[in-house]
Design a protein around this ligand. Structure first.
Ligand code: SLL
Length: 154
């Protein structure tokens, strides 16, 4: 399994979160009283492109106030939905397909629940979803040839 010399392959993806305030009228009876929002954090392809040919699984690490803070997504969609009361940094660990021989890579996403800035008041009044999303690229430097074939569809 030789490395393809002098080659870097970039693969784009997006990661982010959306949070919605829980509507008091639709509040599930079993929800802890202090939970104010429902949110989802994700890793996915740009325009929902398939990324599972290079991304094998994703581990999300939530704040320690959550029961079972480690959440493993073994297949797409790579996302976690939860309810809660506070903002925190979510650790996102990307595990690549075994053929890659690549070590996992870690990134951090600040979960955003509360609007701020010039439109914060109207966003709060209208209970608009709070979206925070980032574009990123993973760079595979000199991939092994089996992985190079997978990446390039060869
Ligand atoms: C804060 N530093 O104090 C942050 C921590 C943690 C949020 C926020 C737990 C929900 C649950 C939850 O929402 N933790 O109890 O399951 O704002």
């Amino acid at each position: 399994n030789k490395r393809v010399k002098g080659i870097s392959i970039h693969r784009p993806f997006v990661y982010g979160s959306v949070a919605r305030p829980i509507d008091p009228a639709k509040r599930p009876a079993n929800l802890p009283a202090e939970h104010t929002h429902q949110w989802t954090v994700w890793v996915k392809g740009v325009d929902d492109d398939d990324i599972s040919y290079w991304l094998r699984k994703v581990q999300f690490k939530l704040h320690e106030t959550y029961a079972n803070p480690l959440r493993l997504c073994d297949a797409p969609p790579f996302e976690v939905t939860e309810t809660g009361w506070g903002e925190f940094e979510i650790q996102i660990k990307l595990h690549f397909v075994p053929e890659s021989g690549e070590k996992p890579q870690t990134l951090w996403h600040p979960l955003k629940l509360h609007p701020y800035g010039p439109d914060a008041e109207i966003e709060r009044e209208e209970r608009r979803p709070i979206i925070s999303q980032n574009y990123e690229e993973v760079v595979f430097n000199e991939p092994v040839d089996a992985f190079y074939d997978i990446l390039t569809g060869g």
